[in-house]
Design a protein around this ligand. Structure first.
Ligand SMILES: NC(=O)c1ccc[n+]([C@@H]2O[C@H](COP(=O)([O-])OP(=O)(O)OC[C@H]3O[C@@H](n4cnc5c(N)ncnc54)[C@H](O)[C@@H]3O)[C@@H](O)[C@H]2O)c1
Length: 273
């Protein structure tokens, strides 16, 4: 039995049609947070999933959870700050999966908050992970998707890629770049039947959240910052990783077959204020 034939479970609703049946997916930063939630959901929806993360143990935990539930998954450890690794995960992933239909470029990082005295090393890292890594992986993935007759690519941007952020100009600049790339790539690859979209999470309850709430890790401001940030969200709370994973599922699946080049906020109403 091939990888494509083995993933046939749906624990949410075993009688419903699986949205990713026979699809082969690579997810970066799949060891934690939204990426992990996406990997678990995609596998439940029938996809075989390659989980990529710099943290080998975290990637393997996601894979083990998928397999324990009867799904198909493989782990790849990679530091996506390294350009050649962004290509390798796609070639190795496609080999493990027997081809490639879906790519979620989810890896990213907050980056430096300071502008006066900008830390250039941290700036380059933030740009490399947020912008360059997904572009490189996409460049490698297109060949496999053409061979498959089409595909779907999702970039994780942010609400900071749709509106400016006083606290995070570098991060915001990077995520605006991600949105622009997704819109441009959508046009470039539409004729190949490859859709490209951007997911724009608002604050989401993952291990990364404290880095946005309290950049200097100062316990005395934690409570007040959390209150202020929640007050800026019409729904009054951060998103749950699973809520973002469902939006990613929709954008990647054929349910969104006429959707390309969009930047979808999933943010409890943050950008509509
Ligand atoms: N959590 C939020 O509030 C929020 C909001 C908007 C956008 N985002 C975006 O979501 C993505 C991160 O998602 P999360 O909140 O699920 O984070 P998370 O902290 O739960 O997980 C991040 C994962 O990325 C992995 N990682 C870090 N550096 C890496 C590297 N160099 N190569 C490969 N993997 C690496 C980590 O090991 C970790 O497993 C980023 O693109 C981030 O900008 C997050």
């Amino acid at each position: 039995m091939t990888t494509r034939e083995t993933s046939t479970m749906n624990h949410d609703n075993p009688t419903s049609a699986m949205r990713l049946k026979n699809k082969r997916a690579i997810v970066t930063a799949g060891g934690s947070g939204m990426g992990r939630a996406g990997c678990l959901l995609f596998a439940r929806e029938g996809a075989a999933v390659v989980v990529v993360d710099i943290d080998a143990a975290a990637a393997q935990r996601t894979v083990d959870e998928i397999k324990a539930a009867g799904g198909t998954a493989h782990a790849i450890t990679a530091d996506l700050l390294q350009a050649e690794e962004c290509h390798r995960i796609v070639h190795d992933g496609a080999r493990l999966l027997g081809g490639l239909d879906l790519l979620w470029n989810h890896a990213g990082m907050p980056g430096p908050a300071e502008v006066e005295g900008l830390d250039l090393v941290e700036y380059e890292k933030a740009m490399s992970l947020n912008v360059r890594s997904g572009l490189l992986s996409t460049g490698a993935a297109v060949k496999y998707m053409r061979e498959a007759g089409g595909g779907s690519i999702l970039f994780t941007a942010s609400v900071a890629g749709l509106v400016g952020s006083m606290m995070a100009p570098v991060y915001s600049g990077a995520k605006f770049g991600v949105v622009g790339m997704a819109m441009s790539l959508a046009q470039r690859f539409a004729a190949d039947n490859i859709r490209v979209n951007a997911l724009c999470p608002g604050l989401t309850d993952t291990p990364m959240l404290p880095k946005f709430v309290n950049r200097n890790n100062d316990p005395s401001v934690q409570e007040e910052n959390t209150r202020k940030l929640n007050a800026a969200i019409p729904m009054g709370r951060p998103g749950r990783p699973e809520e973002l994973a469902h939006a990613a599922l929709w954008l990647l699946s054929d349910d969104a077959s006429y959707v390309t080049g969009v930047a979808l906020p999933v943010d409890g109403g943050y950008v509509c204020r």
